[in-house]
Design a protein around this ligand. Sequence first.
Ligand SMILES: C[S@@+](CC[C@H](N)C(=O)[O-])C[C@H]1O[C@@H](n2cnc3c(N)ncnc32)[C@H](O)[C@@H]1O
Length: 219
Amino acid sequence: MNLIREKILFAEAFIKEFKDTGSLFATTKFAALALCRPLIDASNNSANKPKRVLEVGPGTGSVTRQIIKHLGPEDELLCCEINKKLLDTLQESLEGNPYYERNKERIHFFHGPVQDLPEEVKYDYIISAIPFLNLDPEVVKEILEKYSRITCGDKVVTYYEYSGIRALTLQFARGPRQRRFKQLDEYYQDLHQKYLIHKKQVKKNIPPIMVYTLSFQGN
Ligand SMILES: C[S@@+](CC[C@H](N)C(=O)[O-])C[C@H]1O[C@@H](n2cnc3c(N)ncnc32)[C@H](O)[C@@H]1O
């Protein structure tokens, strides 16, 4: 599938499923690399062990295409996507990609909300693109609690939000939107105090994003 068709499909998902899609543009390579950083560092480590990776919300695959470059010969990847059309298109577009072909037998796809993912399997890395700021605080909490149950040991979760949106909305929004953001902000402050291990701003993205890395170790 060509790049223009992918962009149109992503924009269509944004218009039809605004709450779930959360953005008009797929993330840039710079943003994708920042989201994959813990996985890339582990893959470059000489004591590299087999890893299980969960990607949540791959969309048209801008982050997936970086993840698969860094999968080792025993690593596994599960891509979980709520939007069937995006998931089908992703699978179709990966065919022929040399990194996909090399790892194909260990790459799986789950159609549905991540909340429905079975919990028997635990993941070393969760790379999440869910647009949390569009969701109700209870749903954000439900998803992050799910992540904490399906990661193991000191393993990590990366996710992002658009830089400055939370602060601006808190200051200028009124009514239910402001209340929702206040609850989200309180939740994030508590979450970050307990589990945040790294954060990095990526300016080369539209719009710029802040990538957060959490570790639920000891939870
Ligand atoms: C902001 S887009 C990111 C797409 C792509 N990863 C990127 O970085 O450009 C968010 C994606 O998350 C998916 N999504 C939203 N809520 C989800 C959920 N609860 N479970 C799985 N996927 C979800 C959307 O359908 C969409 O593809």
